[in-house]
Design a protein around this ligand. Sequence first.
Ligand code: RIB
Ligand code: CA
Length: 341
Amino acid sequence: MPNILLDVDTGIDDALALVYLLANPEVEIVGITCTAGNVEAAQVARNNLALLELCGRAGIEVAVGAEVPLQIPLQTTEETHGPQGIGYAELPPARQQISDRHGVRAWVEEVRRRPGEITGLITGPLTNFALAVKLDPELPRLLKGLVIMGGAFNYPGNTTPTAEWNISVDPHAAKVVFDAYQGLPEDLLPVVCALETTERIEMTPAHIRRLGELAGAGRPEIISPEDPSGLRSTSDNPLVACLSDAIRFYMEFHREYDQGFLAHMHDPFAATVAAGAASIGTRLATVDVETSSPLTIGTTVADFTGMWKKPPNAKIVSANDPSACFEEILTRVGSLARSLR
Ligand code: RIB
Ligand code: CA
């Protein structure tokens, strides 16, 4: 049973990743730490608390961590994820409060409390984990494993021509993390889900319709490219309605940038990897991050053949199965939604 410590910048796809992990009975969520990224850190935390309540899972700790990157100014992206970070979805404020513990302390204390048992899953900028590693350099050896959604290897970026968002927001943190894994045993190295494989996870209106069916919703859940922008779901299932409203925003955003009326589900894919529910191939590599060039800052570079004479520090996902990924996510989330009717 994977025990997962989740570090997020919730965000629409982070939200689906969280709901999927909540829906997976084989997963224990040890805690959720929030970092600024898609939206400000406090809003990330509010989103996570509201999602926990919606899913009937209040009580899982939600801790706020870094409010800004290590060195460069924070950039957020409300245009991608909506003013609150969950698209058009509107959730009532949760009764549960944000944890008094700082997110970085939560990382160190939880991993120290359960050495060798916890898998980290990072679906936002790596600021919190970088700070935790600085605080406790043993952390990479004390984790059972680590899954990172981030980077793009020999593949176009989504934030600059060569850089992916999570790394772009805090390139210095990413470099701290990859450097910390230099020379560690292969089984401890982070599994990196980068754009070249996460952009294969293309959620379409047909997936949303299937989610409604699996949830036993009273009527088909239809998102159409012809709908007026911002149309809200009328589903009688609260979780279907929330996810439909969130993902519609994401699909409209992808269409605005000529990617089609679809939504790349980067973080949910990474969550299936952390849950041990994904069939993937990986390639051992030495990864480094550009942290100074104005032209390429945030760009991740992978040495697959030892040119740099440095030991590997990552296992980059090189193959995945999008349809199996959606089957896993939709059946789990559909079943949770059905239970909330
Ligand atoms: O580049 C995609 C990543 O950036 C995802 O984690 C998305 O939520 C944003 O954080
Ligand atoms: Ca994210």
